[in-house]
Design a binder for this molecule. Structure first.
Ligand code: KIV
Length: 259
């Protein structure tokens, strides 16, 4: 998938996006997805931290490299971590570092109208940018929680303004997270670039899910918008239990596993 096909997907086909943090899973997701996002959600589900805010640029580059290696033909997006795009110059320097140290096709930046000038600076310097508006996990501490957006006419209006500002700044797509379905509908219709929803109902131009949520490996809690397509945690526990029992009982290794 290349960036032009992604842009042209609007009103033609739904974009399938999934996160990955390593080569093994990236390889498994490559065929069925149009884009693989190396989300800073890795700080929670991979590194076990309470939020995404302590993810570092080095961490994102390390995981983006692993994903690009595992899925060499995928359109891979590197999520820019908190604090790495506080102004235009810092943002450009850090995005260039991502481009020079990985094969990422694009970067993702959280923020709407407030970040449009930064996005414009990046896109004018040949960085492909995916926006991210609605519920923005990097704002969790300043907003006092993960708050669903688009509940009032004013907030829907703001989300539409954010999406239009990001589009005008040259972003090729937008992630829209944690919003009421009516808000998602209005935002999706307001712009000509694809809007990829997560917790935004079935009215966007595509969907993104965090791999460990959709495969049931993250079990601490299940957000309402997540569908588990596999009970990964259960399957792993069962397999590990069987391995432990077989070692205890002398069943593994058998003649078949011997040299
Ligand atoms: O970090 C992440 O995985 C994300 C998705 C939730 C879109 O930003």
């Amino acid at each position: 998938m290349n960036i032009n096909k992604i842009k042209n997907s609007k009103n033609n086909f739904k974009l399938i996006v999934i996160t990955a943090y390593d080569a093994l899973f990236a390889k498994l997701f490559e065929k069925e997805s149009h884009m693989i996002l190396v989300g800073d959600s890795l700080n929670m589900s991979f590194a076990g931290k309470p939020d995404t805010l302590s993810a570092t640029l080095d961490q994102m580059i390390y995981h983006t490299n692993a994903v690009c290696t595992g899925a060499p033909s995928a359109f891979v997006i590197c999520d820019m971590p908190f604090g790495s795009y506080i102004n235009k110059d810092e943002a450009l320097r850090n995005c260039i570092e991502v481009y020079s140290k990985t094969q990422a096709a694009a970067v993702k930046i959280e923020g709407g109208e407030d970040r449009a000038d930064i996005i414009k600076h990046l896109t004018s310097n040949s960085i492909a940018v995916m926006g991210h508006i609605g519920l923005m996990p990097q704002y969790v501490r300043s907003e006092g929680g993960y708050l669903v957006r688009g509940k009032t006419a004013e907030d829907i209006e703001q989300l539409v303004k954010d999406a239009k500002a990001i589009e005008a700044a040259g972003a090729f797509s937008i992630v829209l997270e944690g919003v009421k379905t009516q808000a998602a509908r209005e935002v999706t219709q307001a712009v000509n670039i694809p809007v990829i929803g997560i917790g935004a109902g079935n009215v966007t131009d595509g969907q993104v899910l965090v791999w460990s949520d959709m495969l049931g490996f993250f079990e601490d809690f299940k957000p309402k918008f997540v569908k588990r397509y596999l009970m990964g945690g259960e399957a792993v526990r069962k397999a590990v239990k069987q391995y432990a029992q077989e070692v205890q009982n002398g069943i593994f290794p058998s003649k078949e596993e011997e040299y």
